[in-house]
Design a protein around this ligand. Structure first.
Ligand SMILES: *Cc1c(COP(=O)(O)O)cnc(C)c1O
Length: 418
């Protein structure tokens, strides 16, 4: 990406960075949590504010010399408040995971009970998997997806909440294609006296553009990643009512982080501003329209989707019926061969191990940023199905690879960097 100094300073890293740009240009990125950040956001993330120590918050730092840093953080906060209609925003979490950690540290004690969705049903590690700090420091009970409908089993969620009396209920998921009913879960949280944290990591951009109902003002805490569908720079953020502001700020710093990454806060400020433009609403609507078009094509060609389709940017393909001998990992690998990048993902009730799985997850945020539309989704969907149907036919696989190249050439990426 317009490398000026690295080639002289560090040829090995320069070569890998140049290779990465070529890789991004020459493949279609369907990882549901992925996107392409704008050159302005990328520039902000490489800016000299990276040098500044800034523990604390605007106007109350532990270091001198923070005037410009304060200005940047205040701009990020103001823009996020406007974008989401939130009372209070903390823009310092280094990632979505750190956002969740900040909330837990702010309002829970170790050993408290968290009720969350199982990882294999679409939840996230930071919602309480045993391999993650959340699973190690808190007592985790879980709800699941109704295997018949492929939708959140809200009745099971309510029954489990009544039985276990959790301190916190977590909603918001990594592999769930349908709208989430925040109010319904909030009424359960009210009934059992639990906090409700909505982790909108995946759908931040859709919520910002009103393409998905917003949990802001409905639930206690909203956390998110900024680099997914919002494409507003690497990192995380937390939103809450004014009543919780000082608790949340203390949960992030000093509770769970040290110095903020001010270059990333600058990236968020620039990205939030981009998301306030009218074009971003059009973008988010196109993300959903593209996911819907892709779902229709894949379904027409006999693939099975969790819940039969999507309301969002995301589809989860369950290969067990259509391709019983193909694992999610096999599918990921054959698609990578043709230049389509996505990830193997467990499907609810999966009996294969999480590194193998029986599903693949697809998302449209990145290819939509690249300019692909519904008709491209039809083409892409057909190519995906052909690759999955003919993994051992080298000639067909090569021909599909050529078609993917054509799609990439028709939608150039980062032309500014030539
Ligand atoms: C991606 C994701 C996160 C973590 O975000 P990072 O920024 O990768 O740490 C948290 N929660 C959910 C639901 C996610 O999908």
């Amino acid at each position: 990406m317009g490398l000026e100094f690295i080639p002289g300073a560090d040829p090995a890293v320069a070569e890998a960075l140049t290779g990465e740009l070529a890789h991004q240009r020459g493949s279609l990125y369907l990882v549901a949590s992925g996107n392409y950040l704008s050159p302005a956001v990328l520039e902000a993330q490489g800016a000299v504010v990276a040098n500044e120590r800034a523990e604390g918050y605007p106007g109350a730092r532990y270091f001198a010399g923070c005037d410009h840093v304060d200005e940047i953080e205040e701009l990020a906060i103001e823009r996020a408040r406007e974008l989401f209609g939130a009372d209070h925003v903390n823009v310092q979490p280094h990632s979505g995971t750190q956002s969740n950690m900040g909330v837990y540290v702010a309002v829970l004690d170790p050993g408290d009970t968290i009720l969350s969705l199982e990882l294999s049903h679409g939840g996230h590690l930071s919602h309480g998997h045993p391999a993650n700090f959340a699973g190690q420091y808190y007592d985790i009970v879980q709800y699941g997806i109704d295997l018949e409908t492929g939708r959140i089993d809200y009745d099971e969620l309510a029954a489990t909440a009544r039985e276990h009396d959790p301190a916190m209920i977590v909603t918001g998921f990594s592999a769930y294609p349908r709208e989430i009913d925040w109010e319904r879960v909030q009424s359960v949280a009210d009934e059992v006296g639990a906090y409700h944290m909505a982790d909108i990591a995946h759908i931040t951009g859709l919520v910002a553009a009103d393409e998905h109902p917003s949990p802001v003002g409905v639930v206690d805490f909203v956390t998110g990643s900024t680099h997914k569908s919002l494409r507003a720079g690497r990192g995380g953020f937390i939103m809450c009512d004014a009543d919780y502001a000082s608790d949340i700020d203390a949960g992030v710093f000093p509770g769970s982080q040290g110095d903020p990454l001010m270059h990333n806060v600058a990236g968020k400020a620039v990205g939030f501003r981009e998301a306030l433009e009218h074009e971003f609403e059009e973008y988010a609507a196109q993300v959903v329209a593209n996911a819907d078009a892709l779902a229709a094509t894949l379904t027409e060609h006999g693939l099975e989707l969790l819940s039969g389709g999507t309301d969002t940017h995301l589809l989860l393909i369950d290969l067990r019926e259509s391709h019983p001998d193909m694992t999610g990992k096999d599918a990921e690998s054959i698609l990578e061969t043709v230049g389509v990048v996505l990830n193997a993902n467990p499907v609810p009730g999966d009996t294969r191990p999480p590194t193998v799985t029986s599903g693949i997850r697809i998302g449209t945020p990145a290819v939509t940023t690249r300019g692909l539309d519904e008709s491209d989704m039809e083409t892409l969907g057909e190519l995906v199905v052909r690759a999955l149907d003919n993994p051992d036919d080298d000639e067909t696989i090569a021909a599909i690879g050529d078609r993917v190249d054509d799609l990439c050439d028709a939608h150039p990426l980062y032309e500014q960097y030539d």
